[in-house]
Design a protein around this ligand. Structure first.
Ligand code: 5GP
Length: 179
């Protein structure tokens, strides 16, 4: 795959090679295996973006967990919008359970906060998050981000599940928007 790709009207340049991403995923898996082996969580995958990270991660987990999915949406194109919609809701009972959220990216943290509020409302015992990428300069919550694969600058990226208007999720490397 070339260094520069085009998705719709925008160009993206290769930014994080797949080997580096694989290593980061394995490191997160190691931490999860250490922290959850004796008391596994319910794993909550955020659709659509986190499916690739979740699939890569789950194969490396050495404990059995129930898997559930949820779909929230706040992005349009390359910018977040203010309205957070629940497109597919939570269908597992999380009451009294440890929950591990799997995210592709934590940007401002708005999605994470929405999930935490929802899970608290449903009586989850403990809520943690594992994210493939985190934008520390954009993140503005006090909530801890427990497991982070790769910290990235505040620029729009695609690949490994992350899309630009529906395209780019299948890219094995992560690409950054060329301005
Ligand atoms: P937050 O709510 O943390 O601000 O944003 C989280 C959501 O915004 C992610 O689940 C993802 O859908 C989207 N998002 C934030 N930054 C990026 C980015 O750089 N690339 C893509 N493709 N999506 C992003």
């Amino acid at each position: 795959m070339s260094e520069i790709i085009q998705l719709h009207d925008k160009k993206f340049i290769k930014y994080i090679p797949s080997q580096e991403i694989d290593k980061a995923v394995s490191e997160v898996a190691e931490q999860l295996n250490r922290d959850y082996c004796s008391d596994p969580p319910l794993i909550l995958v955020t659709l659509n973006g986190a499916i690739v990270f979740a699939a890569d991660l789950l194969k490396q987990l050495q404990f059995s967990s129930v898997l559930s999915c949820i779909k929230l949406s706040s992005y349009k194109g390359t910018h977040a919008t203010d309205t957070m919609k629940t497109l597919i809701g939570l269908n597992e009972d999380v009451s009294g359970k440890r929950v591990l959220i799997i995210e592709d990216i934590v940007d401002t943290g708005k999605t994470y906060q929405t999930l935490v509020d929802l899970l608290n409302e449903k009586g989850a015992k403990e809520i943690r998050i594992a994210t493939l990428t985190l934008k520390p300069d954009a993140y503005n919550l006090d909530l801890p981000v427990h497991y982070v694969g790769i910290r990235i600058p505040n620029k729009f990226v695609v690949g490994r599940g992350l899309d630009y208007d529906g395209l780019g999720r299948n890219l094995n490397d992560i690409y950054q928007l060329v301005n």
